[in-house]
Design a protein around this ligand. Structure first.
Ligand code: GZL
Length: 358
């Protein structure tokens, strides 16, 4: 690291310590809402600034841990971590501080897709490569980031909907009898955009009745609140499409507090025994996985949070002059409580279904 690099590290430590103190941190273990937390920097290390969008879900916590686990001092890195607390303004100010600190790379997990052109142009002008982690952005100039590594959210939705189609066919249920509500993730996030669009297109193709889409923000509390409202409004709901596991756990609470059962038996002739199906995405929360084993969640399409190794591989190769592909998508499974659907096909590619049993 040259002299200016050492100077910028020292300035970043100064910035971080000021912020650390301002956030009331530095007293005991780091608080969950630290704006900055940093491992002791080493002047010869590669400095990574990571703007994480928040800590709203089990996926998010696992995703943050995955990045923190790979960019460690013993491996030659210094990680500056910022929890944006679901606010784009926090993420933009963090990116600007990373630029002032002259970091070597910026990682961004953007809370929503739009509004990044200006700050990413500032990073480009500072000659700092930006890697999009998990979600992606919608920008005028695709040259504003090096690459995106994460999930194909539209494909995730296609897998979920093909599973639902195959499952309802297997129990002899007519498409017109499928009445769905969509508990959406954070509005404008690429995960929400892809998962909502996938359901819309499948419903149009198969003739399902999507009664309403309501934002549930990827959280359990909001999932519970929204499901309560929707159940009081529509008594014929038989499928709840949750755009992540935390919402699904909340929806199950609401279903059960209404005296109904969450499960796959949605076509039982005895209305008193008929279940309401809950579908979801992620497969990170152990509680959600357990709900599949209990047949309270019928299908989870995995959303793989373990992106740290992929990002480090991108950086290590880029340091050697190798440019990454534009988009790097991670492999993801499909979990189900039912063995009725063995696999699903999307665009002539087959994806196996993993049955989870108690
Ligand atoms: C998807 C990720 C989503 C998860 C949610 O990659 O952005 O955000 O599905 C999380 O759990 O809140």
């Amino acid at each position: 690291m040259n002299g200016s690099g050492i100077k910028s590290i020292l300035s970043s430590i100064l910035i971080i310590s000021i912020l650390f103190a301002a956030a009331g941190c530095g007293k005991g273990p780091a608080a969950a809402n630290d704006v900055f937390s940093v491992e002791e920097p080493d002047n010869d290390s590669t400095v990574i600034g990571f703007s994480q969008l928040g800590a709203e879900s089990d996926y998010r916590s696992a995703n943050s841990e995955s990045i923190k686990n790979v960019f460690i001092r013993s491996m030659g890195y210094t990680l500056l971590f910022q929890d944006g607390q679901q606010k784009q303004s926090n993420q933009i100010s963090a990116i600007r501080k990373f630029i002032q600190s002259d970091v070597d790379y910026i990682l961004l997990s953007p809370v929503t897709e739009s509004g990044w052109d200006t700050v990413l142009m500032e990073a480009k002008d500072a000659d700092i490569p930006v890697i999009l982690v998990d979600r992606t952005v919608e920008v005028e100039d695709d040259d504003l980031y090096l690459c995106h590594v994460g999930s194909d959210f539209f494909l995730e939705a296609q897998k979920a909907c093909e599973w639902l189609k195959a499952y309802t066919d297997s129990i002899g249920m007519e498409s017109g009898d499928v009445h769905i509500v969509d508990l959406q993730g954070t509005l404008g996030s690429s995960a929400q955009i892809g998962r909502t669009l996938g359901l819309k297109m499948a419903a149009a193709k198969y003739g399902w009745d999507v009664k309403e889409e309501v934002v549930a923000d990827f959280t359990q509390a909001k999932g519970r609140e929204v499901m309560r409202q929707l159940y009081s409004k529509y008594k014929d709901i038989n499928v709840v499409y949750c755009e992540n596991d935390n919402e699904a756990l909340g929806a199950i609470e609401a279903i059960e507090s209404a005296g109904r059962r969450a499960g796959s038996d949605i076509n039982n002739r005895n209305i008193l025994k008929r279940s309401i199906m809950v579908m979801s995405f992620d497969g990170v929360s152990p509680e959600a996985i357990d709900m599949v084993k209990q047949d309270k969640i019928s299908c989870i399409v995995e959303c793989n949070p373990d992106l740290g190794p992929y990002v480090r591989d991108i950086i290590d190769k880029y340091e050697e002059g190798e440019y990454p592909p534009r988009d790097i998508y991670v492999d993801e499974k499909i979990y189900s409580s039912s063995d009725r659907v063995k696999s699903v096909s999307v665009n002539d590619v087959f994806y196996d279904v993993t049955v989870l049993e108690e």
